[in-house]
Design a protein around this ligand. Structure first.
Ligand SMILES: NC(=O)C1=CN([C@@H]2O[C@H](COP(=O)(O)OP(=O)(O)OC[C@H]3O[C@@H](n4cnc5c(N)ncnc54)[C@H](OP(=O)(O)O)[C@@H]3O)[C@@H](O)[C@H]2O)C=CC1
Ligand SMILES: O=C1O[C@H](COP(=O)(O)O)[C@@H](O)[C@H](O)[C@H]1O
Length: 507
């Protein structure tokens, strides 16, 4: 593995503390970082290297999935950290940074490879990229890469402008756009599962699949991010990026051992085939919701417009559900239903693939119809795969009984998304980063929704916190004869009532 300097803008920020340092620590423990790994953290506030190392140690102690119980190992990890004051708009700070980096590269006798990680507010992205170029930070003899956090633009126009600005300093293959959903272990396994299981590969078509449901429900509300979230809404915060990425990852068909270029090309094709809507069609296919006061996990919580920092008259969306169609041979006629919301009943990120019922005729010999076969990919909070099949119910003559084949992994054994992403970026593997084509096509597809919301062409449906969102989201599927599926573990009352499936309708 090649050595490189990580130059971390926003080293004192929330993301660095909660995600980046714990991820680096776990990679270090697993010896997935180069021997002479080193990092220079940047921010406006003045900090000594020692104080910076202390704060990194605290963040590891607080947020790492692995306990830092070996002091020698921890100290060896911390010794890689240095801190420099830098204000993104002050050019002389970049010149000083260049000196510091070159000095470290000489001390450690390492190659001048540099990975610039922008973990700062998005309004700084373009200026930093330009200053990296102008100061010569990015023109060393080694490689340079830019890791960039979301949000990538606020709409299609601003995303294009940002990309144009970044492209003046970095080429597309040097830009690694982070979408942390692409780092989730189960998301990374979707392609592997399909390619290495002929049984899945053969079924991955509209001939057998009735519909696909992609859900990312959260129990948290707006938290301390009112200023950002009230401008973004669920559509920008989750839908345009994470949810469409999940759709692409599920819908691609890949040859075995497909390269990252093939993965990205196939994802692009999925986005190109996504049937567009006009802003006037949005209300027929998209549900826009906002949480009202309610009870989440046993605690009363305020409605969105009573949250600190949120305008009492805000019509921002905290929930969105949509029906999408892919106009391509494998998927023509298969609806993809997507929903994501805050202050929902439970935290769960899952994809349910519902199969058609080709056995109907044979089942007619029995008194009831078998439940559809379901393939469920769980991404969060636990990771797992469930296949629901039907068998005869030995207790009830002539009836079917669904059984489940389950595989679940313990969360502690799984890498965090940021571990996977940082490791891939280090190896220069772009497979699980968003290519500009995907980002641009996603914004393009979402643009009519943004317009329809802005012009209030779609009614805002209030839903009580602690539920599955507005009833209209159920109606979206009901009109096609389907319903959302959920896991009975989230609905203990369903199990008490002796309902036989692990996966059932939620209403
Ligand atoms: N936090 C999260 O969970 C997530 C965050 N993100 C994205 O990650 C990025 C960082 O977010 P987050 O860590 O929450 O933000 P924070 O506000 O917590 O941190 C911002 C960082 O930027 C630094 N900073 C602010 N102004 C300047 C400046 N003028 N010059 C140099 N440094 C500056 C701050 O350091 P100092 O004050 O010392 O200057 C601080 O280190 C954002 O783009 C966000 O959208 C994405 C997904 C999740
Ligand atoms: O990017 C974001 O994701 C989180 C949800 O991520 P998860 O990994 O916990 O599912 C969301 O809370 C946040 O609003 C959004 O910006």
């Amino acid at each position: 593995m090649e050595t490189a300097t990580i130059v971390l803008f926003g080293a004192t920020g929330d993301l660095a503390k909660r995600k980046i340092y714990p991820a680096l620590y776990n990679l270090f423990v697993e010896q997935k970082l180069p021997q002479a790994f080193h990092i220079i953290g940047l921010g406006r506030r003045s900090l000594s290297d020692e104080a910076f190392q202390d704060s990194v140690a605290q963040s590891v102690a607080r947020f790492s999935r692995r306990e830092a119980n070996d002091p020698e190992l921890l100290n060896s990890f911390l010794s890689a950290f240095r801190y420099n004051v830098l204000d993104v708009g002050r050019k002389e700070d970049y010149a000083k940074l260049l000196q510091r980096i070159e000095q470290r590269e000489q001390e450690l006798a390492v190659q001048p490879n540099r990975m610039f990680y922008l973990s700062v507010a998005p309004e700084f992205f373009a200026a930093i990229a330009a200053n990296i170029k102008e100061s010569g930070l990015g023109s060393a003899a080694g490689w340079k890469r830019l890791l960039i956090e979301k949000p990538f633009g606020h709409n299609l126009q601003s995303a294009r402008e940002l990309n144009r600005q970044l492209s003046e300093a970095f080429s597309e293959d040097e830009i690694f756009r982070i979408d942390h959903y692409l780092g989730k272990p189960m998301v990374q396994k979707l392609g592997v599962l399909q390619q290495n299981n002929p049984v899945l590969d053969a079924l991955w078509t509209s001939r057998y699949i009735a519909n696909v449901q992609i859900t990312a429900n959260e129990t948290v509300g707006v938290e301390e991010r009112a200023a950002y979230y009230d401008r973004a809404g669920a559509v920008r915060d989750m839908f345009q990026n994470h949810m469409l990425q999940l759709l692409m990852m599920l819908a691609i068909h890949l040859p075995k051992n497909g390269t990252s270029e093939e993965v990205r090309l196939k994802k692009k094709r999925v986005m190109e085939a996504l049937v567009p809507m006009s802003k006037h069609e949005v209300s027929g296919q998209v549900i826009r919701g906002q949480y009202a006061a309610g009870t989440v996990l046993g605690s009363s919580v305020p409605g969105y417009t009573s949250e600190p920092g949120i305008d009492a008259l805000s019509v921002n969306d905290t929930f969105i559900a949509a029906k999408l169609q892919i106009d391509a041979p494998f998927w023509r006629g298969v609806p993809f239903y997507i929903r994501t919301g805050k202050r929902m009943k439970e935290k769960s990120t899952r994809i349910v693939v519902e199969f058609k019922a080709p056995l109907e005729q044979r089942a007619a010999a029995y008194e009831d119809n078998p439940a559809p076969n379901l393939l469920v990919f769980e991404m969060s909070p636990d990771e797992g795969i469930t296949l629901q099949l039907n068998t005869r119910d030995p207790q009830r003559e002539g009836e079917f009984k669904p059984i489940r084949l389950d595989f679940h992994s313990s969360r502690e054994d799984l890498p965090e998304a940021y571990e996977n992403l940082l490791h891939d970026a280090w190896l220069g593997n772009p497979t699980f980063f968003a290519h500009w084509d995907e980002v641009e096509l996603s914004w393009q597809w979402v643009e009519p929704i943004l317009q329809a919301f802005e012009e209030n062409l779609v009614p805002l449906r209030l839903y009580p916190a602690g539920t599955y969102g507005p009833a209209e989201s159920d109606a979206l599927l009901a009109q096609d004869g389907y319903h959302w599926w959920f896991d009975a573990k989230d609905e203990p009352e369903a199990e008490e009532q002796g309902k036989p499936f692990a996966i059932q309708t939620n209403r």
